[in-house]
Ligand binder design. Structure first.
Ligand SMILES: NC(=O)c1ccc[n+]([C@@H]2O[C@H](COP(=O)([O-])OP(=O)(O)OC[C@H]3O[C@@H](n4cnc5c(N)ncnc54)[C@H](OP(=O)(O)O)[C@@H]3O)[C@@H](O)[C@H]2O)c1
Length: 248
């Protein structure tokens, strides 16, 4: 019987890894894209194999998405992969890879701005475009991982929030362009896992979250899985934020 096949970028650790585990637990085959986190991705597969006494339904694919050559090689690898051909295409593409760092607006370099735009807009644009054929064949779902910043001023993060707004709009536009074969949605995590540099800021955010606690990576993974399973949902954004986006 055909198995559903997913590709997730930046899937080696944190929210990406939780999503990989949940998809494998639900019978998916997962291409886990990583840049540096090979050991972390291997550990995710080890845990699955120990718990299930069977080989993990996954393959790790390495690429620095800041490189045009490596991005194109990733596209070709997935397009021509026997798992994709055998199982009737690609059923999910999750744009999860991201960078996130705070800097005073005045000191943000053009290089840093371009890196944010590259990872959050150009890569999802080109990766989706390059995988259209297997996505159409699999009646797939594309998910953009954004956040809850739209319409708000997050200090020192303009390079990040503006590029995530671009990803959000790209996904909404593609929900129209790629219908009816391909569905496109977004998941917008709130305060889930702090970056190393923001633990103080993170604590102050949590005070504003109506549910009074941070979320877990599995909470985000469940929203991704829900969208993949919900075949009449397209053009939707699920905030996984404990109500933060509606708090005053
Ligand atoms: N954490 C949160 O609370 C939160 C809140 C709001 C939104 N989000 C969004 O949810 C998603 C997952 O969050 P996260 O915190 O788990 O993500 P993350 O740890 O910040 O980043 C995920 C992965 O992106 C990969 N990446 C970075 N630069 C790359 C490059 N040049 N080429 C290829 N891969 C690259 C890294 O892979 P390697 O490790 O393999 O190098 C990294 O592990 C992100 O899109 C994020 O913006 C998260």
């Amino acid at each position: 019987m055909a198995q559903r096949v997913a590709l997730i970028t930046g899937g080696g650790k944190r929210i990406g890894a939780a999503t990989v585990s949940l998809l494998m637990d639900n019978g998916w085959f997962v291409f886990i894209h990583v840049r540096n986190s090979i050991a972390e991705a291997e550990e995710v597969l080890n845990v699955f194999e120990q718990q299930n006494s069977s080989k993990a339904p996954a393959e790790i694919l390495q690429a620095d998405l800041n490189s045009d050559e490596e991005l194109e090689a990733l596209i070709q690898t997935v397009r021509s992969h026997h798992i994709v051909q055998k199982n009737g295409g690609l059923h999910a593409l999750i744009h999860n890879a991201s960078i996130y760092s705070s800097q005073d607006y005045e000191s943000v370099s053009l290089e840093n701005l371009r890196l944010n735009n590259r990872l959050h807009i150009e890569v999802p644009f080109r990766l989706t475009q390059g995988l259209l054929s297997p996505l159409r064949e699999g009646q797939g779902c594309v998910i953009g991982m954004i956040d809850t910043s739209l319409g708000r001023a997050w200090k020192g993060l303009s390079q990040y929030t503006s590029s995530k707004a671009g990803l959000r709009q790209l996904m909404m536009n593609l929900a129209g362009d790629l219908a009816p074969e391909i569905r496109v949605n977004c998941v917008a995590p709130g305060a889930i896992l702090a970056a190393d540099w923001e633990s103080e800021h993170f604590a102050s955010v949590v005070e504003k979250v109506p549910l009074g606690r941070v979320g877990e990576p599995i909470d985000v993974a469940k929203a991704i899985h829900f969208l993949l399973e919900s075949t009449y949902l397209s053009g939707q954004i699920i905030n996984v934020d404990g109500g933060w986006s509606v708090s005053p």
